[in-house]
Design a protein around this ligand. Structure first.
Ligand SMILES: Cc1cc2nc3c(=O)[nH]c(=O)nc-3n(C[C@H](O)[C@H](O)[C@H](O)COP(=O)(O)O)c2cc1C
Length: 199
């Protein structure tokens, strides 16, 4: 059963939203870019950037190719970490949690909202597989352009999203003289527990 947050105990999402909106308001490119770390079933970590596309109380959603290394890692080990750093704000946010697949309906809706060329690109890319050169990729795009010439481009079966369901957040705020602020939230049976950490 889902724990109910006791009245007047702070929760991390409003703070995340506030910082994210501030980052977006700066006009910086890709304020939603986030480093995603995964760990293979053998315990080998890896990190790459993805774009955060949705977030709410349920979690943080990104989309990718299901044949990619990150998706393969998650299939074998759902523990992941998201790392945001907004230099312009002097803010870092770390989120740890478990990645779970989004529903087909949600992935379809998001895919349909993308530009046609991006949708064709998703079909054309066997993400993280060896590529002989740019020519091979462009040939693949042309092949799918021809295939879907007279119809909408459907979501490829190998492309979908993951929702990171957080179990901890850590907010870092740059302070003068390295006296930074670190605020941590941990999910417990009774809801979110908040604690401050030495910088
Ligand atoms: C700014 C930026 C945004 C990116 N967004 C995504 C994304 O949303 N989804 C994705 O699969 N890859 C995205 N990529 C590419 C990934 O960083 C990565 O190269 C690719 O997904 C393959 O990763 P993997 O082999 O570790 O799975 C992005 C890269 C950059 C630099």
């Amino acid at each position: 059963m889902k724990a109910v947050q006791p009245h007047n105990r702070p929760t991390p999402l409003p703070l995340f939203r506030q910082i994210f909106e501030k980052a977006t308001a700066t006009g910086m490119e890709n304020p939603n870019a986030v480093a995603l770390s995964t760990v293979s079933p053998e315990g080998r970590p890896s990190t790459r950037t993805v774009l955060l596309k949705q977030f709410d109380e349920r979690g943080f959603v990104f989309y990718t190719n299901l044949g990619s290394r990150k998706a393969q890692d998650i299939a074998g080990n759902p523990n992941v970490c998201l790392h945001f750093y907004w230099r312009q704000l002097g803010r870092q946010v770390l989120i740890e949690g478990r990645a779970e697949p989004v529903s087909d309906a949600q992935a379809d809706r998001y895919f349909a909202s993308r530009a046609r060329t991006s949708r064709l690109g998703a079909w054309a890319s066997r993400q993280s597989q060896p590529l002989s050169g740019r020519g091979e990729l462009l040939k693949e795009v042309a092949r799918y352009e021809a295939r879907f010439l007279a119809s909408p481009v459907p979501r490829p079966p190998f492309w979908s999203g993951f929702r990171v369901v957080p179990d901890s957040f850590e907010f870092w705020k740059q302070g003068a003289f390295r006296l930074h602020e670190r605020l941590r939230f941990e999910r417990t049976e009774e809801g979110w527990r908040q604690l401050r950490l030495f910088p």
